[in-house]
Design a binder for this molecule. Structure first.
Ligand SMILES: *Cc1c(COP(=O)(O)O)cnc(C)c1O
Length: 810
């Protein structure tokens, strides 16, 4: 059904308001309209959802299950309307009814069930799977509290619980009849059956009920509706849940009430915490999901479980769900009577693993004792996998004998989850070309020697439907006006824009769109913070989690440098700039929080200084999340992607901003390199150490931050200002940042890259002044951004890892 007719659509809204709320449209508020529209979208999706499931079941098509501890889906109303083909008519109807669209859409609380890039990737993948008509479902956890809400008080980050389910969430359906039992603790006893085989009996386990909540994932203008299944932990006795439902962050390592398992999302990005509750969450996700997969497989009559891998692929998003390997083994052997060899063959042909990082602090290692106590049978299986793997190495690969300690899954009383994931899967992929090369040549070199065919690259992507079509409709319209709408289904066709990259009329349109988006963001900033920003200034944007390796510090040093220059020479000819930051720090990450405080301290200095007035401004937008990203990205001129080379596995913020016409100032890291390869050096601003240089310094030394401090006046001035309290109220406010650079030798090479960074920004400024040069670069970036659609990424996963075929519905 399509509602081309606006009157018809308005009567539909009217009817919804009556049936949902028992009132007339003229008495309805924005929230009522939100729920009415959500209900209309659901009416549109639900019949196709049933058909999609029917089709997958009856045709017994091969399916992928994407297991992830995080799905950072953000708001769904606008993207669902877009995918269902109802967004245009909605916009017109709302306008006619006198409702502001944003005022309606903000009544949906962001589903912040992820930390950052990894969780957002999972969300983009679901969108692309459905839009490309692939049978693919997500499996995750329905955390009652998503990523914390960030408030800034006197420049400090304060974390508030994100109780996102406070209001009715219209997209989920509870499926209690599909609940699954998950067992923790207890003991395992072996019995020999009459036929001689072994039976494992579990005793005195704690039972947790996993209740699925399903969210429909609609494809774009097709009839595919896949499923995101989020598991909620409940006890048999539902009253138990009500009593504990307001616990948050409590008793992390004490006995947990059952519902705490799906209580909150751990707020650490790119770092590992060996907390027992986190291990429980991981096993809970994995056990519920795999039991569910096997149950459906058998109910659909797809054949014996030894053929599982012909029907099912399980992709694990980082090592967080890597217990899927021993859990699948356990179920196949203990519940379905396969022997070890059959179970192993089936398991490692079914599971594929995506690696997201080479940061050592992020590599998961669980204490052996913790796993043994919490998951005794799982521990036995991991132990056996490890024994057989090491035995194999010893007898079959004599040249590897000396490396066994570095390869063993269990070593130093720890279980190395990445090693388990590599050994137990048929595919190991990195998320950008450089990252995969580093995995093969450095981080996982020995495993690569053992299993060369297992390793492959899948450069990340973003859904261009949300990150261009939805968030930047003005740009989308201008593009469609010149090259037609084919790019929407085939984003590579954006390349046709190159033909217009010197067309003055088109340049002017691109300029106007950006200006309009900057105006909208400036208004938002004014409404939120009461700060007026110059909409003609360069919007220089760094939005991402706060982490040392992402080097927000380098960016703020640039601001301080410019401030010092302006104080020394108030007549300096500088194109006005607005520095825009958005970033959450993990609550326990002290240095990251100090950087947030520094940004605020510099902001209040700079924003209130008359000498600088209107030439530089520093804006920190609090509570960075998907919805805020959607507001900022269309207005960005500069995309700051300045991680220490080798540290950012891929980045996806870089792709979102490129697609919206921002130019990248970036290091030779992650997918920045692939952006550079496409657009060419003249359309991107690259600077700084290469990953080889960084890795060489780490291995052989030879870097001295102190030497740079001693020889570069600009740097010593900044560091001394940091230390002497010129910015802060207190002298020692930033002492840890200062010490980290001068006494811990600047582990992320901020000082080393400072000079080339400043120089690069001077080039940026020159380029910006020549509007046709700048706009040409901007258009070139948009034109090449099609490659970074997650449709391309999913296409590659489907054909190179999953062996999946498209299944049009109806
Ligand atoms: C895209 C996105 C990220 C990832 O950003 P990077 O710059 O790649 O780290 C993080 N958080 C949100 C909300 C995003 O939308």
């Amino acid at each position: 059904m399509t509602y081309q007719n606006v009157d018809e659509f308005i009567s539909l809204i009217t009817e919804k308001i009556r049936t949902l709320f028992g009132k007339e449209l003229h008495n309805a508020n924005e929230k009522d309209v939100y729920y009415a529209l959500a209900s209309i979208a659901n009416d549109e999706m639900h019949p196709h959802w049933c058909k999609t499931n029917e089709h997958y079941e009856q045709k017994k098509v091969k399916k992928v299950y994407y297991l992830s501890m995080e799905f950072l889906i953000g708001r769904l109303l606008e993207s669902n309307l877009l995918n269902c083909g109802l967004l245009d008519v909605t916009n017109i109807a709302l306008k006619r009814l006198g409702f502001k669209r944003d005022a309606v859409f903000i009544h949906e609380h962001d589903a912040g069930l992820g930390n950052g890039g990894l969780g957002r990737l999972a969300a983009c993948f679901l969108d692309s799977l459905a839009s490309l008509q692939y049978p693919g479902h997500g499996c995750g956890i329905r955390y009652r509290y998503g990523l914390f809400e960030q408030r800034i008080i006197h420049g400090h980050q304060i974390e508030l619980p994100d109780y996102w389910l406070k209001e009715d969430y219209p997209w989920e359906t509870r499926k209690s009849e599909e609940s699954i039992s998950v067992h923790f603790g207890g003991s395992v006893h072996m019995h020999r059956r009459a036929n001689g085989s072994l039976e494992f009996r579990y005793e005195n386990t704690d039972e947790v009920i996993a209740v699925p909540y399903d969210i429909p994932i609609s494809g774009y203008h097709n009839h595919t509706v896949n499923t995101l299944r989020l598991w909620s932990a409940e006890s048999q006795d539902r009253n138990d849940v009500a009593n504990h439902s307001d616990h948050y962050y409590h008793a992390l390592d004490h006995t947990h009430s059952i519902d705490q398992i799906s209580g909150f999302l751990y707020p650490d990005d790119s770092s590992y915490e060996g907390k027992k509750l986190r291990l429980k969450q991981q096993y809970f996700l994995v056990s519920a999901s795999i039991q569910n997969i096997l149950r459906h497989y058998l109910n659909e009559g797809r054949g014996p479980l030894t053929q599982l891998s012909e029907h099912i692929v399980i992709q694990i998003n980082d090592t967080h769900p890597s217990l899927a390997i021993p859990e699948l083994m356990r179920l196949l052997m203990d519940h379905y009577d396969l022997n070890w060899d059959q179970a192993w063959e089936t398991t490692h042909k079914t599971i594929a693993y995506t690696n997201h990082t080479t940061l050592s602090e992020a590599l998961e290692k669980w204490p052996k004792d913790m796993v043994q106590n919490l998951l005794p049978r799982i521990y036995m299986i991991i132990d056996e996998i490890n024994e057989r793997f090491c035995q194999g190495l010893w007898f079959d690969c004599p040249e590897m004998r000396e490396h066994i300690p570095a390869l063993a899954i269990i070593a130093d009383d720890q279980i190395h989850m990445a090693r388990l994931a590599i050994v137990g899967s048929f595919s190991v992929n990195g998320v950008a070309r450089l990252h995969t090369e580093i995995l093969k040549k450095k981080e996982m070199k020995l495993f690569y020697q053992l299993f060369p065919k297992r390793f492959n690259n899948k450069t990340n992507g973003i859904t261009h439907r949300r990150w261009l079509l939805q968030v930047n409709p003005h740009l989308a319209n201008v593009i469609t006006d010149v090259i037609g709408p084919a790019w929407i289904k085939r984003p590579n066709q954006l390349i046709s824009l190159l033909r217009y990259s010197n067309d003055p009329a088109f340049l002017e349109q691109i300029e106007q769109v950006k200006l309009q988006n900057k105006r909208t963001l400036a208004q938002f900033i004014y409404d939120k913070m009461g700060i007026k920003v110059n909409e003609k200034s360069i919007f220089d944007v760094q939005i991402k989690r706060l982490h040392e390796y992402k080097r927000q510090l380098l960016n703020i040093f640039h601001v301080i440098y410019l401030y010092n220059e302006l104080k020394d020479n108030p007549k300096l000819d500088l194109t006005p700039r607005t520095f825009i930051f958005g970033a959450k720090a993990a609550p326990s990450y002290h240095l990251a929080k100090e950087v947030i405080k520094l940004i605020h301290t510099v902001a209040s200095l700079v924003n209130h200084d008359y000498d600088v007035a209107d030439r530089i401004k520093v804006i920190f937008l609090e509570n960075y999340n998907v919805s805020l990203a959607e507001k900022i990205i269309p207005a960005a001129d500069i995309s700051e992607q300045i991680s220490t080379a080798s540290k950012e596995a891929s980045g996806t913020g870089n792709m979102k901003m490129m697609m919206n016409g921002a130019l990248t100032v970036g290091t030779m890291d992650g997918a920045n390199i692939e952006i550079r390869d496409l657009v060419g050096d003249q359309h991107i601003f690259m600077f700084g150490l290469t990953s080889d240089e960084v890795l060489h310094y780490y291995e052989h030394g030879g870097y001295s931050a102190r030497d740079i401090y001693n020889t570069d006046d600009r740097i010593s001035r900044i560091l001394d200002q940091l230390n002497s309290g010129v910015f802060g109220e207190q002298e020692m406010e930033f002492k840890d940042l200062y010490y980290n650079i001068l006494y811990h030798n600047d582990p992320y090479f901020v000082l080393k890259d400072f000079d080339p960074y400043i120089e690069t920004h001077e080039l940026v400024e020159q380029a910006y002044r020549d509007r046709s040069i700048w706009l040409n670069k901007s258009i070139t970036n948009i034109a090449y951004s099609g490659k970074f659609s997650s449709d391309r990424t999913i296409q590659q996963y489907a054909s190179e890892i999953w062996q999946l075929t498209k299944n049009p519905i109806k």
